[in-house]
Design a protein around this ligand. Structure first.
Ligand code: C5P
Length: 369
């Protein structure tokens, strides 16, 4: 912490919240050789200064070393990232912009700032990115850009098929795997469009999200993205990953009014209609992107997955045990392509998503046109 930072939050509070020692002083006696400015950064993979004030950015740009943090930044042997945080006028000031340009030229990665309400009561550019966005950015910093120049379209989450205005049929898919994949594709440098069924998950930073409820809406949203006329700055989707647990049927006789509870021998009679198969429909298109399907099975992943890959007509199918993954934070996958199968062992969904992105990037044909 800089001395200024301790005016906002005390080192004791930071220590208590993080469970980690907090250093403020370059002469801190806890470091054996009294060289905190060297010792503290040597085991780091990266340094992130968040929030980075206008004053601190100016110091960094000029190589000043008058406190522990500035000295550490100068003495580091790892990448440096900074999340600018200041009043909008301070951010727009030519001196700050000059310092930021110098830092970028020096190889520093600048994260943000965001625009919005400011502590001073003004509104504009200069807000620190949200802490979880910084975590995403930091993780993405280390990911090879294997999907740069690609546009990945994904579906995720469950769908919801109404019975009446207040009731419906859905499933236990949480959307976590699809959102983790969207995040991993974005970190790998892709432009990402995520068509999401009902879920409370936050949109990964940099991902374009389209919210839908029903399978039909999901189908229409996916086709709309594929049919959109080329616009400047957007690429035609060249990868489609169908992660959503799409309802197979919708209620054909859904009621516009809430169904009333009547006697036990007068129950509502629901009729079902088949939903469109989004993945199969995308894979059938003449301009089909490279398609990846998911299969939630209850047993015999390899045989069922291979059969589903053939039925859907997709180059890669990812099989998992449905009831062992829905809603959980971890999973294990079996990748099935034309050459056979390959397991991705049990791991956190974020790690699996990254491994899957590597496997997809490895198999992708070069981009057309
Ligand atoms: O046929 P099944 O539902 O098992 O296939 C699963 C795969 O197909 C998943 O990738 C899922 O997202 C996709 N799917 C779809 N539209 C449907 C049903 C499944 O895109 N109506």
């Amino acid at each position: 912490m800089t001395e200024a930072a301790t005016r906002f939050v005390t080192p004791v509070t930071f220590q208590a919240l993080t469970g980690e020692p907090v250093f403020v002083d370059q002469w801190d006696a806890r470091i054996d050789d009294n060289m905190a400015h060297i010792a503290l950064s040597r085991r780091a993979d990266a340094m992130l200064v968040a929030p980075a004030t206008a004053d601190f950015l100016a110091k960094l740009a000029h190589g000043l070393a008058d406190d522990l943090l500035a000295t550490m930044c100068l003495a580091r042997d790892c990448p440096l990232l900074a999340a600018p945080t200041m009043n909008r006028q301070m951010w727009l000031h030519p001196a700050t912009q000059r310092n930021v340009a110098q830092l970028v030229a020096d190889g520093v990665t600048i994260l943000g700032p965001a625009s919005g309400d400011q502590a001073c009561g003004e509104t504009g550019l200069g807000r620190m990115l949200e802490p979880l966005e910084l975590v995403d950015e930091l993780a993405a910093f280390f990911v090879p850009r294997t999907l740069a120049g690609r546009h990945v379209l994904l579906t995720a989450g469950p769908t919801y098929e109404p019975i009446d205005p207040v009731r419906g049929i859905t499933n236990l898919s949480s959307g976590k795997m699809g959102f983790a994949l969207a995040r991993a594709c974005s970190a790998a440098g892709a432009q990402v469009t995520l068509v999401a069924g009902p879920t409370a998950l936050a949109t990964p930073r940099g991902v374009q999200r389209v919210d839908v409820r029903t399978a039909q809406q999901m189908h229409d949203a996916v086709m709309a993205v594929l049919d959109a006329p080329p616009a400047s700055g957007t690429l035609r989707p060249d990868v489609f990953i169908a992660v959503a647990a799409v309802a197979d049927w919708r209620v054909a006789n859904a009621s516009e009014r809430k169904l009333k509870k009547r006697s036990a021998d007068d129950l509502p009679k629901l009729e079902f209609a088949q939903n469109p198969d989004i993945l199969a429909a995308v894979a059938r298109r003449a301009d089909a992107p490279w398609c990846v399907g998911f299969a939630a099975e209850s047993e015999d992943l390899e045989a069922n997955g291979a059969a589903k890959r053939a039925a859907k007509g997709v180059p890669l199918l990812v099989a998992n045990i449905g009831h062992a993954t829905f809603g959980r934070d971890d999973n294990e996958l079996l990748l099935i392509d034309e050459r056979g199968s390959q397991p991705l062992p049990r791991a956190d969904k974020a790690q699996l998503a990254q491994a899957l992105v590597t496997e997809i990037a490895r198999r992708l044909p070069p981009r057309r046109g």
